[in-house]
Design a protein around this ligand. Structure first.
Ligand SMILES: NC(=O)c1ccc[n+]([C@@H]2O[C@H](COP(=O)([O-])OP(=O)(O)OC[C@H]3O[C@@H](n4cnc5c(N)ncnc54)[C@H](O)[C@@H]3O)[C@@H](O)[C@H]2O)c1
Length: 256
């Protein structure tokens, strides 16, 4: 499709399903040399072929690496796996979850689980990638998956929004810390994207139709539209862009 990611080694967490799967496939379509598909399970949440098979079919090398992003040791092993291909150039910390009982009374267990995946996992992914990039003198790109829920609050997603707001400031803070090494760090903040997470998260699923109607483009987003944004941030086309939260929402945040 293009050579925007030519010769780049790309890691995507949460890449079995939804947005992560689309990002991994987009990376392959845009010339990546190798794509490491990381997730807790290899099969997409909704079934279908594993992401690695889709990428193999494009003639690009793909590896599935089973990783629970809330465990630092597993992320370190994931990034070590990129050594085989010369090290990671683009790290996409995409894995994220919602909580079934989110809201003002979210349980301690759910709150901690959301934070451990959405915040801890995102930080550990960025740290491990940056460490390897610095060791190899690579001017890499790190993309963190935030959400429109990390820019505006919502009573039904207290834990989730808190975690995603943290991701936005994590990107800004890491951009400052890693910029002198030539490493860029940005967040992407999707609006309502048609995925398993959107359709199965209580509160969010019911609100989706209302969001669609209020969205200036009058439709939900496609996972591939987040993939396109991430490819741009991973590529040299965005070489002077760091510390931003790129909103990809069909215009929704501009009008609510
Ligand atoms: N769908 C939306 O509307 C939307 C909007 C804004 C932000 N996001 C964010 O986009 C990202 C992807 O969401 P999605 O809609 O594709 O969801 P999804 O549920 O379809 O996919 C998420 C993937 O993450 C994996 N995952 C869950 N816990 C993990 C863990 N501990 N370690 C590794 N992988 C794990 C799951 O197995 C799954 O494959 C998330 O960070 C989500 O918060 C989604």
């Amino acid at each position: 499709m293009s050579n925007l990611l030519k010769d780049k080694v790309v890691i995507v967490t949460g890449a079995a399903s939804g947005i992560g799967r689309s990002i991994a496939i987009s990376a392959a379509r845009h010339g990546a040399r190798a794509v490491l598909v990381s997730d807790i399970a290899e099969l997409p949440c909704e079934g279908g072929t594993p992401t690695t098979q889709e990428i193999d079919a494009l003639g690009v090398t793909a590896r599935f690496v089973k990783t629970d992003v809330s465990k630092k040791s597993e992320i370190d092993a994931l990034v070590d796996a990129a050594e085989e291909f010369g090290g990671v150039d683009v790290m996409v910390a995409n894995a994220g979850i919602t909580a079934r009982d989110d809201g003002a009374d979210v349980s301690e267990e759910s709150y901690r689980r959301v934070m451990s995946v959405n915040l801890d996992g995102t930080l550990f992914s960025a740290q491990a990638a940056a460490r390897q990039m610095k060791a190899k003198g690579k001017e890499g790109s790190i993309v963190l998956m935030a959400s429109m829920g990390g820019i505006v609050g919502a009573g039904m997603t207290v834990a989730y929004s808190t975690s995603k707001g943290g991701v936005v400031l994590m990107a800004k803070s890491l951009a400052d810390a890693l910029g002198p090494d030539g490493i860029r760090v940005n967040a992407v903040a999707p609006g309502t994207i048609d995925t398993h997470l959107l359709r199965t998260s209580p509160g969010i699923a019911e609100a989706a139709e209302g969001f669609r109607k209020r969205t200036p483009l009058r439709r939900l987003g496609k996972p591939s539209e987040i993939g396109d944004a991430v490819v741009w941030l991973g590529s040299d086309m965005s070489s002077y862009v760091t510390g931003i939260a790129l909103v990809v929402d069909g215009g929704l945040l501009s009008v609510i």
